[in-house]
Structure formats: structure tokens, C-alpha cells
Ligand binder design. Sequence first.
Ligand SMILES: Nc1ncnc2c1ncn2[C@@H]1O[C@H](COP(=O)(O)OP(=O)(O)OP(=O)(O)O)[C@@H](O)[C@H]1O
Ligand SMILES: [Mg+2]
Length: 241
Amino acid sequence: MTPLLEISGLCKRFGGVQANDRVSFTVRPGEMVGIIGPNGAGKSTLFELITGFVRPDAGDVRLEGRSLVGRSTWEINRAGIARTFQKMRLFLGMTALENVMAATVERSRDLAHARERALACLGFVDLADRPHIPARALSTGQRKRLELARALATEPRLLLLDEVTGGVDQRMIPALMALVRRLRGEGVTVVLIEHNMRVVMDLCDRIVAFHLGAVIADGSPATVTRHPEVVRAYLGGHASP
Ligand SMILES: Nc1ncnc2c1ncn2[C@@H]1O[C@H](COP(=O)(O)OP(=O)(O)OP(=O)(O)O)[C@@H](O)[C@H]1O
Ligand SMILES: [Mg+2]
């Protein structure tokens, strides 16, 4: 089967930092892949490179066999990849509905259609009861849902989630996890960067572990979390992450 996403030999240097160092892995259609690694390991940079926000120094990103390198963020989104950001990028002064409409409007026949599609996305993330609340007034967990709704509004085949549970009240995490699982039910392939190991172990079929810009392990959650290099990267070799 052709992989949905194929990353090969991806390199990116920022000054003296090799943020991505010959990164290679593939994602099959329908998979849920977790990306783990200590702070500064290069996880978010990988997403920047895939989505065209940053250009790689070397290597390739292919979606169903077609290279995305050199294409604009807009074209890459159009090709079927959407993302959320570690530092959320919402329009805080705008309502939840307006935030999602900003993503649906260019793909819709008219404003009424854009509104209808935006409301459906808000419904999917369980925010349908508060379309007119300004994003500023939402909790962190609700803002994460709103970011997700914005990404879904572009009808992606591949969704990249950068720390969707980061900074979220512990009690809200199970509902967010259920939401991510529902995405898979909709046929969306998901790659998620996640620090919460419980979330990764629970959601993902596979884990790709990063350290100092490079992939140090790629396999089942059980294998990767016991991998000696992964244990060393996190804890200096004393225990599993
Ligand atoms: N635009 C940039 N300019 C300069 N350095 C950058 C830039 N983006 C990332 N870096 C550096 O590249 C390295 C990898 O950063 P990245 O944000 O990809 O790590 P991360 O694995 O996402 O970390 P975290 O878990 O803390 O989010 C870090 O040393 C970071 O400071
Ligand atoms: Mg990051």
C-alpha cells in the first residue's frame, strides 16, 4: 500500500541547532502515529517542515507519492494536510463560529454555506452550544477544541496535532482523547505530538521517538517506550519514560 505520508531524509538547521537530522518515517492511511521526544527534540519543526511553514535544507515530504517541498502552506493544506499549533493561533477577539468560518469561507459557495459547515465542525468538537462566545472567553481545553474545529474545517485527510492536551486541565483530557478517536472513525489519519505518555500509549498504533533532531526509535508503543535509547534520552537510563 502506498503510504499516505512519506518523510525521507528531512534536515533543517537553525544556526547552530540541527533541529531535524535526516528524519525518515512513513504513515499509512488510517494510522494514528505519536511523536514523542524531550523538549527541543525537533518535533514541532517536523510539523513546520511538513506543512510548508519552514523549508527543509534537504529531504522530501510526500503525500500519496507527491512531493510537497517548495509548495506554499495554502497548497499543502489544499492537498489534504491540516494542523493545530503548539502555541494556538486563534483570533481571540472573534467568536468561536467566526474563527471556524475564517477557515470554511473560501471553500464554500456563500456565507450561509460557510456558516453551516462551520457549525457542523463546532458540533463535532462539542462546541455547538457556544458559537457566539469570543475565543478569548473559552477555557484552554475549549480553545484546543476550537483549533481542532478550524483544522477540520479544511477537510483534511491527514491531521497533525501539536500537543493537543498541553496545558489542558487533567479532567478535560479524556474527552479530548475521545474526540481524537472520533476523528479516526471519520477516516482521518492522525499524527500527534504528545508529552503525556498515557495519552500516547492509549491512542497511538505506533510511536516515532525523536532526540536531538533525529528519529531514535519507530515502532509499537510498547517497543518504543522500552527502547534503550528512548529511556536514555528521557531519564538518563534509569527507568522507562
Ligand atoms: N524558527 C526557529 N528559529 C531558531 N531556532 C528554532 C526555530 N524553531 C525551532 N528552533 C530550535 O530547534 C530546536 C527544535 O525545536 P522544536 O520546537 O522543533 O522542538 P520540540 O521537540 O517541538 O520541543 P517542545 O517539546 O519543547 O515543543 C530547538 O532547539 C529550538 O530552539
Ligand atoms: Mg514543540
